[in-house]
Every structure is written in C-alpha cells, then in structure tokens.
Design a protein around this ligand. Structure first.
Ligand code: ATP
Ligand code: MG
Length: 353
C-alpha cells in the first residue's frame, strides 16, 4: 500500500496553473526523485507536501491520513533546502537539536539523539563549530541531520546538492542514499540533474510543465522514454527524423539509407515522417562491430570528453552523435572521414508523443 499519496494535485498562483493534475503513489521507504527543468513545479509540489503551500485542488495523504488541515509543524516532515538554511548563530549541535527542543524532548535525550545524528553524518568532531566555519558540503550534512533528528515520517530534499562542486555532489548524494536506506525513510528528492536522479533513485518522476510525463525506475526512464520530452531531457540522445518507406514491413529511411525497425510503425503511411531516438552509446564503428543495422555518414566533429569520445556524423539531413570508450592507442575518426555505425534495430525507438 502506498504511504505518501498525491491525488489530482493542482496549484495555481493567480491565473497561472503551475501544477496540473499531479498523481503519484510513493511506497514506505522509497526514494523518489522529481526531475525536471527550472519552473516545472518541483519545489511547489514539495512545499505542498510539507504544508507551506495549500493545493488549489486534490488531496495529499501520508500513512492513510489526509494532510489537508494539518499545519507544517503537525505533519512530521523533515526538509532540506538548496541554500544552506542553518541557523548562523547556533553551533552544529544546537542546529541539530533545534527541532527536538521545540518538541520538548528532555535534555539528556536530546544530547543522545544529537550525538547519534552527528555520528550518522560523520561530523561528531565538529559539534561545536558554527556554520561559517564549515564547507558547503559539511553544512548540507548538518542540515540533513537536523531534518532527520525528530524522526520525520517523510524526508523532502529540494536540490540539496546544487550549490556544491561536482566531486562533493557525487560523494554526498551517495551518502544521502546510504543514510536513507539505513533509516528506511520515505524520501522525495528534487533535482534538475539527470545523472543524480538516475544514480540514487528507486523511481524517477520526469516533470514537464506541472505534469508528470513519466514515472518509472531509472532503467525504464532511460531505456523506454515515454515522450519526446523525457527522451531528450534524460541523457544525451539523437532525435532523428525518418521517412516511412513501407509501413507493412516497418521499413523507413534516414537520408537515402533504408532501415527495418523492430517496433511496429503503427498507423502511418509511406512518405510520412517519424521521430526516432538513438542513444549515442548504442552503436559502434569498431572493426567487426556487431549489429543488424548500419548507418554510414561523414564525420563532422569529434570531441574528447575524457572517458568517451563523442563523434558526430552527417547522414542525409540528420547529424548523429555516437560515443566510443577512451582507450590508449585509440584513433578517433577524423573530420571528413566516412564511417559506418553498426547497432541493433531495436536500439532505434519510435517517439510518438
Ligand atoms: N509564490 C509564488 N507566487 C507566484 N508564482 C510562483 C510562486 N511560487 C512559484 N511560482 C511559479 O511557479 C512555477 C513553478 O515554480 P517552482 O519553484 O515549483 O519550480 P521548480 O521546478 O522548483 O524550478 P527550479 O528548478 O528553478 O527550482 C514558476 O513559474 C514560478 O515562477
Ligand atoms: Mg525549485
């Protein structure tokens, strides 16, 4: 049974509807990421769950209980924000103890709980420091400990890593995931970083202009994008316009090169245009590369990105990117060279929406 249920949630600010009929069931202990571009309504949904905003329509339930008439402090929810929101005039221990003091917990219990929380985030040795004496990553770990100290039933994280540098982001996101699993706490994590969402979530909600375009596991979202928006927002992707040659045999052409798709084309006719998606990692130009399908084109650019080399080639009017893993002794294709990319026909997804 779902633990956190959002049913037909809507939110308008004046005449502008920023959340449109949002539905989701989140299981107890699940880690769900809301992924979407700036302004799509992620923070607004989080604030409605926390009780800082009132939905214009719909219902939010936690553990079978409607949250409609509950104030934020009655919902038992922990929240961490993008900007460090620690109390600047309190040291680390007092920051973590804050919610417990408000709840009227006896001092000895507070001290024990603060110690336990600081142990969880490996900052026991910094209990006396003030926020200005700590790095951004350390401050966000304290913010996490503060949110978790009162044993909330739901943890909400609104882009908690976005102000940190790349290396710290990766280590801290793994730490957050480990702590979340250790405590088994139901968590909603907001991000616009697709790699972050893919790497730590049980499920991802890809949001597009106030709606969920797709809800699924990271594997499903990446490999079976439901819409054009999801396909292009999550990961790097080639969106290729192809011409239908023969719908009965799933035959299409890209430029003047014919390809037989695995997926049925559906109700289209010869001469129609269809959109196809192909991930850059799907194919290979290596000698003896496997695949039942090939596209030949002229290399227009080749960029060394570290672990991969991303090459773009022109096929008819389409420019198709593909990746090769870096290896000592590898010679990247030269601009102007003609190469053949081999892949399996099932790697070409038809994008219908
Ligand atoms: N209090 C408010 N009054 C009016 N409009 C608001 C208010 N809060 C948010 N909005 C608008 O609602 C839309 C969604 O905002 P929201 O903060 O939920 O986006 P977001 O997905 O969290 O974006 P970001 O990734 O930039 O944080 C935006 O267009 C924003 O301007
Ligand atoms: Mg936001």
């Amino acid at each position: 049974m779902s633990f956190l249920t959002l049913t037909s949630i809507q939110k308008s600010f004046g005449p502008v509807q920023v959340v449109k009929d949002f539905n989701m069931d989140i299981e107890k202990g699940e880690f769900v990421s809301f992924l979407g571009p700036s302004g799509c309504g992620k923070t607004t949904i989080l604030r409605m769950i926390a009780g800082f905003e009132t939905p214009t329509g719909g219902n939010i339930e936690i553990g079978g209980k409607s949250q409609q008439n509950l104030k934020p402090n009655q919902r038992n929810i922990g929240m961490v924000f993008q900007a460090y929101a620690l109390f600047p005039n309190m040291n680390v221990a007092d920051n973590v103890a804050f919610g417990l003091k408000i709840a009227g917990m006896p001092k000895a219990q507070i001290d024990a709980r603060v110690k336990e929380m600081l142990g969880l985030i490996h900052l026991g040795h910094l209990a006396d420091r003030f926020p200005y004496q700590m790095s951004g990553g350390q401050q966000q770990r304290v913010a996490l400990a503060r949110a978790l100290a009162p044993k909330p039933q739901v943890l909400l994280l609104d882009e908690p890593l976005s102000a940190l540098d790349a290396k710290i982001r990766v280590s801290l996101r793994e730490e957050i995931r480990m702590i979340q699993q250790q405590l088994g706490i139901t968590t909603v994590f907001v991000t616009h970083d697709q790699e972050e969402a893919l790497s730590i979530s049980d499920r991802i909600v890809v949001m597009n202009a106030g709606r969920a375009d797709q809800i699924g596991t990271p594997f499903e979202i990446y490999n079976k994008p439901a819409t054009r928006f999801v396909a292009s927002f999550v990961g790097t992707l080639n969106l290729i316009e192809a011409k239908v040659v023969d719908p009965a045999s799933n035959r299409i052409s890209i430029g003047d090169q014919g390809i037989t798709l695995r997926e049925p084309l559906g109700s289209v006719k010869a001469g129609d245009t269809v959109s196809l998606a192909l991930r850059p990692e799907a194919g290979s130009i290596a000698e003896g590369a496997k695949g039942d399908t090939a596209l030949t084109g002229e290399v227009v650019s080749s960029n060394f990105l570290g672990s991969v080399i991303r090459t773009r080639m022109k096929v008819g009017n389409a420019v198709i990117s593909f990746d090769m893993f870096n290896a000592p002794g590898l010679t990247p294709p030269a601009v102007g060279e003609t190469v053949t990319l081999r892949f399996t026909a099932s790697d070409l997804l038809i994008i219908r929406e």
